[in-house]
Design a protein around this ligand. Structure first.
Ligand code: PMP
Length: 418
């Protein structure tokens, strides 16, 4: 049945789709951390809709929030409402600065709005971004994103960007990775007209790359010294995924702007920019969008924040994340012959596969994704070279499904030909 549905979809929808090329299944139902396809195969979900369904599919508390709101209304645009102010209050309490919020619709939309706010407030134009970054691939965000398929669409609409290497220690081009990169950043900030430094605290699509300690702190100092704003993109790393509500908290910094999407709406499109109150002198209606602050998303967003707080989710992500990282390392050491790197924070774990000379083992990873799927685990890739498997399970995954998934990972790895 899956094959039939896939064929019909392929017939009608664009051939430029991505995920069905990896997951040749049609979904019937999803619950918690499992997915059931139309042929009744059951899969362990380590994908969570690209790190979106953080609290598990159809989490009962999220379902309740949705149902309650759906009985009231689900669209209006900006007009004051309790669901709106209740969400705003809950969200602002999670941030470590006095924030104002601008709602957007997607992750890329939030990044575009953040760039506008930074440029307006500084009167400067350039944005400093990083190699391997992913901030969206709309016309406005393409220039800040390193993503080979999108690179075909040059020249970008927004070319006012300087790109610097990210401290990717496994493949770092520098000896003293962190300090050399920070000094590169400082050089650019000093010599150019930089409105904002746009950074993922842990790179997502780029390969689940965790920078060394001191990176965000260093960027904060440079931004302060030269009058640039620090824009932290928490679209993938936020909402508890790294074991803190916001990944920037691991570095104890205060950002100027934060972009938030994915997990905050659990799949109901909700995104936003949180920015410091003193950046709030903005032109009226400078950023619009019909669906901003959709009430269903707002109801879910508030329930999500409350759930994370009341169910000890952050502590769980830290301890189970540490355990999973250790296990991935052991499994790789015991079973993989090439060079590899296991890295991560919380439930954002990347396993990078290379040959002995560190050439990316992209085909091997493609085979692993298919092998994992065939054996009941949904896991997806990342990285510029498509050679990183990423663990991004729902933060609520039952321990048994984590353990079973790790067993399957080991079995599939053992059987894969390198
Ligand atoms: N920033 C980051 C860090 C992301 O991971 C993504 C999506 N993968 C985006 C921005 C873009 O979000 P969206 O796909 O909702 O436009």
């Amino acid at each position: 049945k899956s094959k039939e549905i896939l064929k019909m979809q392929e017939e009608m929808e664009t051939s430029a789709l991505n995920y069905p090329k990896y997951f040749e299944i049609a979904i019937k139902e999803a619950k918690g951390s499992t997915i059931i396809d139309v042929d009744d195969n059951v899969y362990i979900d380590w994908f969570a809709g690209v790190a979106v369904v953080n609290l598990g599919h159809r989490n009962p508390e999220i379902v309740k929030a949705l149902k309650d709101q759906i009985e009231k209304y689900w669209h209006f645009v900006e007009v004051p409402s309790e669901v709106r102010v209740n969400f705003l209050k809950a969200l602002r309490e999670t941030l470590n600065f006095d924030s104002k919020i601008l709602f957007t619709t997607t992750g890329a939309d939030a990044v575009e709005a953040a760039i506008k706010i930074a440029r307006w407030n500084t009167g400067k134009r350039l944005i400093l971004a990083f190699d391997n970054a992913y901030h969206g691939i709309t016309a406005g965000t393409l220039g800040f994103t390193t993503y080979p398929p999108a690179k075909k669409f040059q020249p970008y609409y927004d070319n006012n960007v300087i790109t610097i290497p990210y401290p990717y220690e496994y493949r770092c081009p520098f000896k003293d990775c962190l300090n050399e990169i920070l000094s590169l950043v400082e050089h650019e900030v000093r010599t150019h007209d930089v409105a904002g430094i746009l950074v993922e605290p842990v790179q997502g699509e780029g390969g689940y790359i965790v920078p060394p300690k001191g990176f965000l702190k260093g960027l904060r100092e440079i931004a302060d010294k030269y009058g640039s704003l620090l824009i932290v993109d928490e679209i993938q790393s936020g909402v508890g995924r790294t074991g803190k509500m916001w990944a920037y908290e691991w570095e104890g910094i205060v950002p100027d702007l934060v972009t938030i999407a994915k997990g905050i709406g659990e799949g109901i499109p909700l995104s936003l920019v949180a920015y410091k109150r003193d950046l709030d002198k903005l032109p009226q209606a400078f950023h619009l969008g019909t669906y901003r602050g959709n009430p269903l998303g707002l109801a879910v967003g508030k329930a999500t924040i409350e759930y994370i707080k009341s169910h000890g989710i952050l502590e769980r992500v830290v301890s189970l994340g540490d355990y999973a990282k250790k296990k991935f390392n052991e499994i790789m050491e015991d079973n993989y012959k090439g060079s590899f790197d296991v890295r991560g924070l919380g439930f954002m774990i990347g396993v990078e596969f290379s040959d002995a000379k560190k050439n990316p083992a992209s085909d091997f990873v493609k085979g692993m994704i298919k092998g994992l799927l065939r054996n009941g685990v949904i896991m997806y890739k990342a990285g510029l070279y498509n050679n990183v498997l990423r663990f991004m399970a729902p933060l609520t995954i039952p321990k048994e499904l984590l353990y079973r998934g790790l067993e399957v990972f080991e079995e599939v790895l053992k059987r894969s030909v390198f």
